[in-house]
Design a protein around this ligand. Sequence first.
Ligand code: FES
Length: 118
Amino acid sequence: MPERVLCQSQDLLERGMARCFTLQWDGRERNAFVLRYDGGVYAYLNECAHIPVELDFNPGDFFDYSRRWLVCSTHGAYYAPDTGLCLGGPCPGRKLVSLPVREYANQVCLIEEKTQNE
Ligand code: FES
């Protein structure tokens, strides 16, 4: 199964800074990120579900002050880190675009075969 190593496991601290990366999506290069939450790793396109702008004002810093939610720096939509579901702000019920990742052998990998739009 084609996979791309995004980073080492120890690079992702619990509810810490994300690792940003790019991938081909809908025929163009897109920005994305991967982070750790409750021990798991989760990756999303870096695009708000409200308006297609990047979420982070400071690159790689997606968590709010409580370190519980991912927050959009433009209008404050907040998302569940493990599902990408918007739970408050201007677009409740919408979701971030999730990307398939897995962690093994101390590496965090993007499962490229499952990135349907590549
Ligand atoms: S652009 Fe993200 S909440 Fe409006």
